[in-house]
Design a protein around this ligand. Structure first.
Ligand code: ZN
Ligand code: ZN
Ligand code: FE
Length: 754
């Protein structure tokens, strides 16, 4: 039979995902001769065989690639047969692999789970079991190309048996760089709070109500039996964590169902290789001590075990554990054994340690599936980082965007892809800041780029702005905070035309020096214009007021009703002391304060006046508790007004307050008042956007900003805007909060720096 030959170029995520062995197996199956090779752009195959087998081979390549592979393009070219006699995997030179991408960490696969539960398997109960399809990646990688010698597994030479698996193209551990077994790989041990070795079973200790610090994949967690109220209460006390909800890890999806409602989409995310913490709706009645796990909330952050080590913490009598990051307040994750023993001595009873180093610290990712079945990120980290996002960034320039100040991430663009870092937290903490700077160095090395442009926030005092100012030999571009939020949605959705953007946010430095946060902008990647904003109110003490919703309630009452508002404040805000009231009243009369149009602060004010949350113990608490309390049956709303200020539309909610107070006095339920407030914003924003569509002719609306974690606001707005014929876009790949602004900054700078 006549042999034919072709050259196949495959692009996409095809390196480090078992693609070459997959091609090898397929070639054997269809009697194809030739070779496969990793190239700088993807994978190249030379294939020879008869018509039928070549056809089947090509079909197979595209129809059934390995689970972690993503084929973006497949180009087939007929060539002259070279007369190969076998099929081989050719090895690329290190230089070529430099541009290959590093995989995020991947949750344990079903095959590996089975092995760790099989007493006859040599990896029975081995906490570091992994294969080509699963296991640690980003958190252990020190350098590219990705090879065992450049990971923290370099310290563990493979035993002959592991080596054989590693070298066998037909084995599912072929080229699995972190491959290990009990003979040659890392191991765990258990110590007490003074570091003494103990011969006990971690599971039994958890069942007995002890708190264990567990060294995981991207850092330490604190684990405790979530059904044991005493244990959870002790953990909360020792961690000095007032009311911020704890996340839980459950044994499997069946166990998760006992506590939460789970849609098919949510189940897919829980089971996905990313294994994020998913925010789920709890059942009304569960055995969980909700008041100590997630006080004031109906939702619970849930994840499944994503490493064998976590998987092995569960059994038939233990199916749900508190699994909270073991950092001290807002400090970075703890990643080292000694550090954990020192810093957590007063928190954990025992420590489950191991000797595989964590090189890149990485928090668990947190997300939810909205009622529209779209993913929404709170934190994009473990399981996603450092995957790139395809964005319309210019291919010939590399930008480093340094993000915001809280929930910081940075972003580097390379050849039309954007690479966001993991979450660094609040950069006002020096150690977070150090990790941020270290992270930039590592990302540049990993991506093999030296960005020529740095984008930063307009805020003069952000740590990131300061850092940017210190860099020399680069072009610097300052990007307004809410414009960056807006552009992040544009980038994700590949929008290239001008849009309207409604940004509902906590705080961000405005071009006029005020604190913005309830904005409608018109923008493309080149520039933006502010078309509308929430009416300015004073922000006494600046950002310090973010922690004190009752102060914002006073501000709004005073703005809306003057002296009588202050009287109402006395009555309805028990946290406002006589002294503070006097002080604030004077401040408000002076009218020299920083002004704000923040939507987040408005939520704070309403939450406080309703007695739901007067003081934020964690960011966004007042707003999320206000949302939780809303009575969805309520359909009415409060009055609002529009004004014009030098051609800018001012959205004024002051008329709302009088009626809202009447509702409080008239003993309307907190739930119905909360809902009326939500609907007021929905009405007002929709009406404003309709007016602006009139004047601008723009019909595409993007929604972003941290306030859009609020599902009532988000879903009602989307449905109302769609009813009015708008095309609506939201964030689906990066957070709508400040964890996503580095993407927006990057894309704007990439465009502006032409
Ligand atoms: Zn596996
Ligand atoms: Zn081994
Ligand atoms: Fe923001």
């Amino acid at each position: 039979m006549n042999a034919k030959a072709c050259k196949i170029d495959i692009q996409g995520i095809v390196q480090g995902v078992g693609f070459r062995p997959y091609v090898y197996r397929l070639a054997r199956q269809y009697d194809i001769k030739g070779w496969v090779l990793n190239s700088p752009s993807g994978v190249v195959i030379a294939a020879e065989g008869n018509d039928r087998s070549l056809h089947a081979f090509l079909q197979g390549l595209q129809n059934d690639p390995p689970p972690l592979a993503v084929i973006r393009s497949c180009n087939v070219q007929t060539i002259e047969p070279a007369g190969y006699t076998d099929f081989t995997i050719k090895y690329s030179e290190g230089r070529e692999e430099k541009s290959a991408l590093i995989s995020p960490d991947i949750a344990i696969c079903e095959d590996c789970k089975r092995e760790t539960r099989d007493p006859s398997d040599r990896r029975f109960e081995y906490p570091f079991t992994n294969c080509t399809n699963c296991g640690p990646r980003y958190t252990i990688i020190k350098d590219v190309p990705y090879d065992r010698s450049t990971t923290t597994m370099a310290a563990f030479p493979m035993c002959p048996q592991c080596q054989r698996e590693y070298e066998d193209p037909l084995h599912r551990r072929f080229h699995a760089q972190p491959n290990a077994c009990p003979v040659c790989g890392p191991h765990t041990w258990l110590v007490d709070s003074v570091g003494e070795l103990v011969e006990k079973d971690a599971r039994e200790l958890l069942k007995a109500g002890h708190i264990i610090a567990v060294k995981g994949l991207g850092g330490f967690h604190l684990a405790a039996d979530a059904l044991n109220k005493q244990a959870v209460t002790t953990l909360r006390k020792r961690k000095k964590r007032d009311s911020k909800p704890f996340a839980v890890m459950v044994r499997n999806i069946e166990a998760a169902r006992r506590y939460c409602r789970i849609s098919p989409e949510e189940e897919d995310w829980l089971n996905s290789r990313h294994a994020p913490i998913l925010i789920l709706e709890c059942h009304e009645q569960t055995q969980l001590p909700g008041e100590v796990i997630h006080p004031g909330l109906k939702t619970l952050g849930v994840m499944l075990p994503y490493t064998p080590l976590h998987y092995l913490l569960f059994d038939d009598k233990l199916d749900i554990l508190i699994m909270t990051s073991a950092n001290i307040s807002d400090e970075p994750l703890i990643t080292e054994n000694d550090e954990a023993l020192k810093k957590l001595a007063d928190v954990a009873d025992y420590f489950l340690l191991h000797n595989r180093d964590i090189y890149n610290p990485c928090d668990d990712s947190v997300m939810r599936v909205t009622a529209l079945n779209t993913p929404q990120y709170f934190r994009r980290a473990r399981g996603f980082v450092p995957s790139g996002l395809e964005v319309p960034a210019r291919r010939n320039v590399s930008v480093l965007a340094v993000g915001g100040e809280l929930k910081n991430t940075f972003c580097i663009t390379r050849k039309g892809e954007a690479f966001l870092s993991q979450h660094w937290g609040d950069l006002n903490h020096y150690n977070n800041y150090l990790n941020f700077t270290k992270g930039i160095t590592r990302f540049k090395k990993m991506l093999n780029v030296e960005p020529s442009v740095i984008a930063h926030d307009l805020h003069p005092d952000y740590q990131t702005t300061r850092w940017a100012r210190e860099q020399t030999g680069v072009k610097r571009i300052a990007v307004q905070h809410h414009y960056a939020h807006l552009a992040s949605v544009m980038a994700e959705n590949d929008l290239r035309e001008e849009v309207l953007g409604l940004i509902c946010d906590g705080t961000g430095w405005g071009s006029d020096g005020a604190i913005w946060g309830g904005e409608i902008l018109r923008a493309n990647y080149q520039n933006f214009t502010r078309l509308a904003h929430l009416k300015y109110v004073p922000l006494p003490g600046g950002d310090a007021s973010a922690g004190k919703p009752y102060r914002m309630a006073l501000v709004y009452l005073h703005q809306a009703m003057g002296e009588s508002g202050i009287e109402s404040a006395k009555r309805w805000l028990p946290d406002l002391t006589e002294i503070e009231l006097e002080l604030m009243a004077n401040v408000l009369k002076r009218q020299r304060e920083t002004m704000t149009s923040s939507c987040g602060r408005l939520f704070d004010a309403v939450s406080a006046i309703l007695g739901i949350c007067a003081i934020n113990k964690y960011e966004g608490q007042a707003a999320v508790e206000l949302e939780t309390r809303a009575d969805l049956k309520e359909k009415s709303s409060y009055p609002y007004a529009f004004q014009s200020d030098h051609g800018i539309l001012v959205m004024d909610v002051l008329p709302m307050w009088d009626e809202l107070l009447k509702d409080i006095k008239g003993r309307s339920t907190v739930g119905s008042i909360s809902m009326k407030f939500h609907l007021t914003l929905v009405q007002m924003f929709t009406t404003a956007l309709l007016k602006l569509r009139e004047t601008t002719g723009l019909n595409q609306v993007v929604l972003s900003g941290g306030v859009f974690h609020n599902q009532i606001l988000l879903l009602h707005l989307i449905s109302m805007l769609k009813e009015e014929g708008f095309f609506v876009y939201v964030n689906r790949q990066v957070p709508p909060g400040d964890g996503g602004i580095s993407l927006g900054q990057a894309i704007i700078a990439s465009e502006v720096s032409k």
